[in-house]
Design a protein around this ligand. Sequence first.
Ligand code: HEC
Length: 134
Amino acid sequence: MKKTLLFLFIATALTLAACNSSVQPQTIATLAPVPDEYAGKTNPLGTDAVSAGAAVFKTNCEVCHGPQGHGDGPAGTSLDPAPKNLPELTKVATDDYLFWRISTGKDGTAMVAWKGILTDEQIWQIISYIHALE
Ligand code: HEC
């Protein structure tokens, strides 16, 4: 009887451990909700904006986020938190989220607000571009 209980206990523990390991890293799993002002916005541009977006990205974002957006640009390596891996983020983040974050920046990080520096069109161009990154 004792052995059966012990077996059950171990089996339960193993099952729980297996479930836990499939939980996504917290940074990606818990994206902040998009504020009303930005919620539901969609990219008015298509894939033809990718090359324009590449140029804007190279000038303004690559220094921190790196050439492929992996968060490994020369100015990004010493930052805490490090710049986001953008191709990872776009797997889970919607375009309204990206537009909001790029426009208004992220408090407590080196990510500044680009609204006023870049036009809305340039920000959408970048969003088209980062969807093309892997
Ligand atoms: C000075 C370095 C720096 C520059 C330049 C920069 N970023 Fe960032 N970026 C960061 C950091 C740091 C974060 C925060 C990462 C985190 O919170 O985990 C971030 C976060 C982000 C995020 C994700 C925000 C989130 O929800 O976590 C996006 C999208 C982003 N940057 C896009 C851009 C784009 C597009 C540009 C160019 C217009 C740009 N960044 C320029 C440093 C930079």
